[in-house]
Design a protein around this ligand. Structure first.
Ligand code: 4AZ
Length: 386
């Protein structure tokens, strides 16, 4: 199919694949951008004549459900924007993308900032004390996106809420005998493992493991869990934001890890949720001979301390590595691996969420899932995309 026919409002592929990734949110201010097949580039959308109904369509096209729609708001356009997409209100009752045309002007000077879900909000400000290894005990509502994933009444891995129905975790958490969605229970908004055992937990309908996940190298260590029933968001159960393309994280950006993992190497699961601050470590540095010697792939990101002492550990896997930017909490990574825990020159390694977001949105889109829901796997219900 010629690229000129992508995102032209006409579906050519059997499941509309050519029309599904034509909108994106760019940068820390969630600037809505639309792909132009003609110029093969992304344009911000001028706020003139934009409304919430259009916002909801764009969010739905990214894979969000309309019931979590948050807002569309105009923000001052950057001088670097040379062209815009504008809504042609006289185009009548047609597809949103057919109503858009490119223009060199935008009368209001404002572009659309689009929030498809109220994500990345925590009601608790940090009480910085400095378990995880070397961390502190969390309070309720501090890391509201953190979930505990259980198999047979035992905590196995962590995960992060991104929508009412979707949880991000690590692919290595759902490998082999853990690939059956029916064996899992998801606990949200609870700090203590003891308390979870008295509750039912949410059932999992589907597990989607990254198709390029590699057991040995831990390349693409990310998976999605779809809950049978949607979560109700409260002060203690809320989603984290997925990073947008065009977001810059500083080489030593302060990030936070959280989980019920071991409090020392070889220890058992912690009863309480713990957290710790860990700075990001530059790729080239983490790949150096005295650290991980080339094992850090582009799908990975290192965080922690080369001196050791503070780190994620066994049982924290799949859980969040987050950072706060523009007053919003972003999912920078999912806990993946490391040599031991909190050892010198062996920082924690996390899945690099920025490179997974396209894959995540693609899998959240109902269009796609509809195709696969009709597809019965003979044994395992885990779906690996081809
Ligand atoms: C694990 O086994 C594990 N120190 C998770 C994180 C780290 C090491 C091991 C990072 O789940």
């Amino acid at each position: 199919m010629p690229p000129s026919q992508w995102c032209d409002g006409v579906s050519h592929c059997p499941n509309g694949e050519d029309e599904t990734r034509c909108v994106r949110l760019f940068g820390p201010n969630f600037i809505l951008e639309v792909y132009s097949p003609v110029s093969k580039s992304w344009y911000p959308v001028c706020q003139d004549d934009w409304n919430d109904d259009y916002g909801k369509i764009a969010c739905k096209d990214m894979g969000y459900s309309v019931d979590t729609y948050y807002y569309s708001r105009g923000v001052a356009a950057e001088v670097s924007f040379k062209s815009y997409m504008k809504v042609n209100t006289s185009a009548g009752n047609t597809d949103l993308y057919k109503k858009l045309y490119s223009s060199d002007s935008c009368a209001s000077g404002n572009v659309v900032s689009l929030r498809c879900i109220e994500c990345g909000m925590s009601i608790k400000s940090m009480n910085i004390m400095n378990r995880i290894v070397g961390g502190s005990g969390a309070v309720l509502g501090q890391w509201p996106w953190q979930v505990s994933l259980h198999v047979q009444g035992t905590h196995v891995c962590g995960g992060s809420i991104i929508t009412r129905q979707w949880i991000v975790t690590a692919a290595h958490c759902v490998e082999g005998r853990f690939s059956d969605p029916y064996s899992w229970r998801v606990y949200a908004g609870i700090l203590n493992q003891d308390e979870m055992l008295l509750r039912n937990g949410y059932r999992v309908q589907q597990i989607i493991s990254h198709p390029d996940y590699d057991t040995d190298s831990k390349d693409n260590d990310v998976a999605l869990m779809k809950l049978e029933t949607p979560l109700s968001f409260t002060d203690t159960v809320r989603p984290v934001c997925l990073p947008n393309p065009g977001m810059m994280f500083q080489p030593d950006q302060q990030c936070w890890i959280s989980g019920w993992g071991a409090e020392y190497q070889g220890g058992k699961t912690s009863n309480n949720l713990n957290y710790a601050m860990v700075p990001l470590i530059e790729h080239s540095r983490c790949n150096s001979v005295y650290i991980y010697n080339g094992m850090i792939l582009p799908t990975m990101i290192c965080a922690g301390y080369l001196a050791g002492g503070i780190d994620s550990c066994q049982g924290d896997s799949g859980g969040p590595l987050v950072t706060n930017k523009n007053s919003v909490w972003w999912l920078v990574g999912d806990t993946s691996w490391g040599t031991g825990c909190a050892s010198r020159n062996r920082p924690g390694v996390y899945g690099n969420m920025t490179v997974f977001t396209d894959w995540i949105y693609k899998n959240m889109q109902v269009k796609y899932l509809g195709v696969f829901n009709n597809f019965k796997c003979p044994k395992s219900e885990t779906l690996f995309y081809l």
